[in-house]
Design a protein. Structure first.
Length: 358
């Protein structure tokens, strides 16, 4: 049992969280939230269910995870709160597009019924469709969580029909493959296995009654700072991006098939690959876009390659460096976009999101 002090801190955190993920949290939108006139409501899409990894997680990962270390969260909400960024992540921008609050993390679900009406975030940083090196629920288990909530009556059939899903798979299966002696020769076959499992998951989510399912294509993994550090953040790793392209082509084929076999063409690919690339090239002259001086260099990085963003030594001395202005960089750390980076990605994807309403 939690003692009273712990419970208080828990509640305090919850309210803090609920307030900060409130209606007008996306600055610069310039309009107020009117639930009855939200874009989502007009099409009856008023809930968001989120599955996947750190690109979408808003606080499910356990307290020992990197997303809870200082300086994560310094831009928003101002301290570490479980997002793998200095601030908001893609989930928050997709929710703002639907004009709903960012759905609460599954981990916080018992803390009040009201926020549940915006859906729920089942994404856990570090996970994949298969088990990874991180001991958190894989995507199958995340979908089981939603299925259980439906069985328990937390969400009715009509709730689920008025929902959309975000599925983020940013490459942890491949990181695990490489770390556990996967060979280059075996990679194409492994990519096929991953995409087949992802397609099954998409079908299952749609089968639970979710109206529209958005699925992220892989970002250019060879352009993540953890790869570009080899070239002082100058060049993307072409070998890695070639593998990414195979994944994305197979995903495209799988979604064409799934769309073709469902009456309502329910699945929309969010092309993170092209969105990241266009953010890298951006001169900042489109609305919502930014010019990033050196887009491949992160804001926060370890002082040497044995450390990463958030590292401290045994005396609590910090072993990372942080840029002066997190708004000036696309990447926050070696793997994750900054809030400004996600805003640029979201801006590049707005037109694809409009397909949800066709
Ligand atoms: C997901 O995790 C569950 C529970 O650990 C496991 O039984 C299942 O085999 C995993 N699924 C996949 C596709 O790896
Ligand atoms: C990877 O290969 C090395 C050397 O063959 C072996 O010692 C190690 O246990 C392997 N690791 C895994 C996860 O299979
Ligand atoms: C690119 O990535 C591959 C696969 O991870 C690696 O073997 C290779 O050394 C990398 N190339 C460069 C130039 O960093
Ligand atoms: C879609 O389905 C139709 C009929 O079921 C079939 O004729 C067509 O070839 C399919 N298209 C694709 C791209 O799979
Ligand atoms: C699937 O259908 C949706 C809705 O019609 C469409 O926006 C999307 O482009 C289709 N995706 C593919 C890969 O065909």
């Amino acid at each position: 049992m939690a003692n009273q002090k712990t419970l208080f801190r828990f509640l305090h955190f919850f309210f803090f969280f609920a307030i900060l993920t409130g209606n007008q949290f996306v600055q610069g939108h310039g309009h107020h939230h009117h639930h009855h006139s939200s874009r989502g409501d007009r099409l009856g899409l008023s809930k968001l269910f989120v599955f996947g990894d750190s690109y979408a997680d808003t606080g499910n990962s356990r307290r020992s995870a990197g997303s809870w270390l200082t300086p994560y969260g310094i831009t928003f909400p101002g301290k570490p709160a479980g997002r793998y960024s200095d601030g908001r992540v893609f989930t928050d921008y997709l929710a703002s597009y639907l004009k709903i609050k960012s759905p609460i993390p599954y981990r916080w679900r018992k803390m009040g019924m009201k926020p549940l009406r915006h859906g729920m975030n089942f994404a856990y940083g570090g996970t994949g469709v298969f088990d990874t090196l991180v001991p958190e629920p894989n995507m199958t288990t995340q979908i089981n969580f939603l299925q259980q909530l439906i069985q328990d009556g937390v969400y009715t059939k009509s709730d689920v029909r008025s929902s959309i899903a975000l599925v983020s798979l940013a490459g942890n299966d491949y990181g695990t493959y490489t770390a556990t002696n996967g060979t280059a020769q075996g990679l194409p076959a492994y990519i096929t296995t991953v995409v087949n499992q992802l397609a099954l998951n998409l079908k299952r989510i749609h089968g639970l009654g979710v109206r529209k399912v958005t699925v992220a294509a892989l970002p250019p993994l060879g352009c993540l700072p953890q790869s570009t550090v080899m070239s002082s953040f100058q060049n993307c790793n072409g070998t890695q991006n070639t593998a990414v392209n195979l994944h994305n082509q197979l995903l495209q084929q799988a979604v064409v098939k799934l769309n073709n076999s469902s009456r309502d063409s329910a699945i929309v690919i969010l092309n993170f690959y092209s969105a990241f690339m266009s953010a890298f090239r951006s001169q900042g002259n489109q609305p919502g876009s930014s010019k990033f001086e050196n887009p491949l260099k992160p804001c926060c990085l370890g002082i040497s390659n044995q450390y990463s963003c958030g590292s401290v030594d045994e005396h609590g001395v910090k072993k990372y460096m942080i840029c002066q202005n997190p708004k000036s960089t696309f990447f926050w750390d070696g793997v994750h976009p900054s809030q400004q980076g996600w805003l640029a990605v979201y801006s590049a994807l707005r037109r694809s999101l409009d397909q949800l309403y066709y």
